[in-house]
Design a protein around this ligand. Structure first.
Ligand SMILES: *Cc1c(COP(=O)(O)O)cnc(C)c1O
Ligand SMILES: [Zn+2]
Length: 427
């Protein structure tokens, strides 16, 4: 029986300032900052950050008062292990209205939470602002991650800001150009591994276990604390606009960190008495069809995923065969009444184009959310009267090659006004 956040949680002796870590598999508790630890000492299970006191919705500024501070991750510091962190700043991203897409998909409300608007262009920044703060607390100076790209960009930028050394392991030839450029210019040491993302993560976990580096993949439970603020922002903003919470949140799934973080967010809001069980949005995960171990586990009703050794998709940010946060995310999908769905690369590109035509520029992985929603609507698994939020995780410029391929070609014209007019008249 997994030890998921108990709504009547007792505070263990190891708690430091009301914060501690709990193993989700065996329930063992640990002091949060006495040692560097990513998984349970006893059973190697995933750890979760727990709090003695969870703020009420009013403490979060649920009434959207100016006193709650500026929009962003640290607005919700009452629900985080620290008051502040190394910040660029992050969060406070738009929740776009997309009326044409809403009509086309056929749901009551469709909103797009565009996480590509974070400082380095993806939601990973939310996790890094907290994660790098924890690295400072435990006193390690060398940060590392395995990455399909965006984690490395965020780690490089936040590490640079915090004056720390950064090391990133990338699958050779499988990372979008914008992301490598970011990691490089922000000063990370980039190791290109002849293997896929999952192999990179195996190696960086070994390095972390040998004490060589502080690991900032989403296996690190503190990163998910920062990422849970996506859920807080969606709930706060949607409620302010509509007077109710969304029925469903559709998101791309790679390592399933966000899925886990959102589930934890909703559990904590419930525990604080801020929302009812019936108000928890259905978590709906989307993967690319040749990279879909989570979808397989949901469809088969398995408690665990089976690692896919070979994965492929144009949506490189979710080209992952061994989602490390599956033990946290699978119960989230199930217990919120959500589901998971796989989509083709063609459907992802179509969705990327459609979002761009609504002015929302996203990278391919992000567009998987809309592609998944379309498929579920067509299959009648999402109802027409639902309020839906699609999470778009990264910015269009992250992957210029994919954008170029999805878009139309430039038309060469002579450097002459009349010739340009002739060309335009030719259509
Ligand atoms: C990291 C990432 C994902 C996958 O998120 P998980 O939390 O690992 O499931 C999806 N899209 C983009 C753009 C990403 O950078
Ligand atoms: Zn354990």
């Amino acid at each position: 029986m997994r030890a998921h956040l108990d709504l009547e949680e007792q505070v263990p002796g190891v708690a430091d300032d009301g914060v501690w870590l709990t193993c989700i598999e065996c329930g063992e508790t640990f002091a949060p900052f006495d040692a560097v630890r990513y998984t349970c000492d006893d059973c190697d299970g995933l750890l979760e950050v727990r709090y003695a006191d969870l703020p009420t919705w009013e403490d979060f500024g649920g009434a959207s008062t100016p006193e709650s501070g500026p929009y962003g991750v640290w607005r919700y510091s009452d629900a985080l292990p620290f008051e502040s962190g190394v910040s660029l700043p992050e969060g406070g991203t738009p929740l776009h209205h997309v009326p044409r897409l809403e009509d086309e998909v056929g749901v009551r409300n469709l909103r797009v939470k565009h996480e590509g608007m974070n400082p380095t262009g993806s939601f990973k920044d939310r996790g890094m602002t907290v994660g790098v703060r924890v690295a400072q607390e435990v006193g390690v100076g060398r940060l590392a991650c395995a990455s399909t790209g965006n984690t490395s960009a965020a780690l490089a930028a936040y590490g640079a800001r915090g004056g720390m050394e950064t090391l990133v392991l990338l699958p050779a030839g499988k990372v979008a150009a914008g992301k490598v450029a970011q990691a490089s210019l922000h000063g990370a040491r980039i190791l290109e591994v002849d293997g896929n993302f999952d192999r990179c993560l195996d190696i960086v976990q070994d390095l972390a276990a040998r004490g060589e580096v502080y690991l900032l993949n989403s296996l690190n439970p503190f990163r998910l604390e920062g990422q849970k603020t996506i859920g807080l922002e969606i709930m706060e903003r949607f409620y302010a606009d509509e007077g109710r919470y969304p029925d469903r949140i559709v998101l791309p799934v790679g390592n399933a960190g966000n899925t886990a973080a959102l589930y934890k967010c909703f559990r904590e809001l419930q525990r604080a008495g801020a929302i009812e069980a019936s108000e928890v949005p259905k978590l709906t995960g989307v993967q690319a069809e040749h990279s879909a171990p989570m979808v397989e586990a949901v469809e088969e009703g398995w408690d665990e995923i089976q690692r896919w050794e070979e994965v492929e998709t144009r949506a490189t940010a979710i080209r992952i065969g061994n989602p490390v946060n599956a033990p946290k995310a699978l119960p989230g999908i199930r217990e919120t009444g959500g589901t998971a769905v796989a989509v083709s690369d063609e459907a992802i590109t179509d969705a990327q184009r459609s979002l761009a035509e609504s002015g929302v520029g996203v990278e391919p992985a992000s567009a998987a959310s809309l592609a998944g929603l379309r498929k579920l609507r067509e299959q009648g698994r999402v109802d027409a009267d639902e309020d839906v939020v699609c999470l778009t995780t990264g910015h269009l410029l992250k992957d210029p090659d994919a954008a170029y391929e999805a878009g139309s070609d430039p038309e060469p014209v002579p450097a002459d006004t009349d010739a340009v007019l002739d060309h335009l008249a030719d259509e």
